[in-house]
Write a protein that binds this ligand. Sequence first.
Ligand code: SAH
Ligand code: SF4
Length: 354
Amino acid sequence: MLTAGQKTNLLGLDRKAIEAFFQTLGSKAFQGRNVLKWIHKHGVTDFDAMTDLSKKLRQQLKEVAEVRVPEIVFDQPASDGTHKWVLELDCNSRIEAVLIPEGDRSTLCVSSQVGCVLDCSFCSTGKQGFSRNLTAAEIIGQVWVATREQGKPLTNVVLMGMGEPLANYDAVIAAMDIMQDDLACMLSKYRVTISTSGIVPAIEKLREISDVSLAVSLHAPNNELRDQLVPINQKYPLEVLIPACREYVRGDKRRKITWEYVMLDGINDTDKHAKQLIRLLEGTPSKINLIPFNTFPGTKYRCSTPGRIDAFRQRLMRSGIITMTRKTRGDDIDAACGQLVGLVRDRSRRGLKL
Ligand code: SAH
Ligand code: SF4
């Protein structure tokens, strides 16, 4: 866990890992749980302020550990209350986290990678290339910073920022454990949502160990079109994706898969597509989020007209599928879906294996 000269960042350790860390120090597991509470419940990063730890333990912690949070380098509120923070992780990597307040709720959209290797054709993050995975500390660090900045706990977290969370599995799982831990962020499984473009083996693995809510970026009702829009479909086509998702929610009547469907003018938004979509989702507990396409420089796509989006929604609703059109939030600060680009210095497509 420790390499010479390097301190362990306790921010990214979930309950099990922090207990083990304290045991390796010759201390007790419960002291680890205390520190988990100090960091995530009370927002404390200074060991000297953790008053229920002995002086000796605090001294020992200062030598081998730290609580290092991401640094805000850019802070931009939008006219609709949405808030975007650009966070610097190291001198080469910046990411974005977006806070969306709505009445009593506050939802944070969290990034999981710097860039993304999957290169969906309508996504500006994908167009930036891929630099690296975030660590668990960098993922949960976004929650920590947003909680501090808004001065109260978040009510919802969605892993829908930059990157493909299921391509950074271990770090995302550790961060989600902290989000759901009663000693830390205390978010229920219904309030933590992971959004994936459909990495089927990872969905199957996730089902074994977690029950967070699942959103899947569908965007097309047939393989031919989905192959073009979401290239990972060439590896995990609809006939394997849909059963894996159905299996994910099996056994809990309250659970549904949220399908994300970006509305692209003349590409995936006709009545024929709606009909195919209804047939495709038959037998899978579903709700659909229609996302108006957010444009970015250089894209060949346009957003469907409001009338077309509404007709598409009505068609799906008539078939009994709960369908919502996502409000575009933070449009004036480029904080909307697929506009998060952060800073990706290494524009390689390292790791893209279809
Ligand atoms: N990689 C994950 C999560 C991040 S993307 C995924 O693909 O699900 C979050 C959501 O924004 C996805 O549904 C994605 O398809 C959508 N999105 C990407 N680019 C977009 C754009 N330009 N306009 C609208 N939605 C977009
Ligand atoms: Fe990656 Fe998601 Fe963008 Fe596709 S939509 S390129 S998976 S971030």
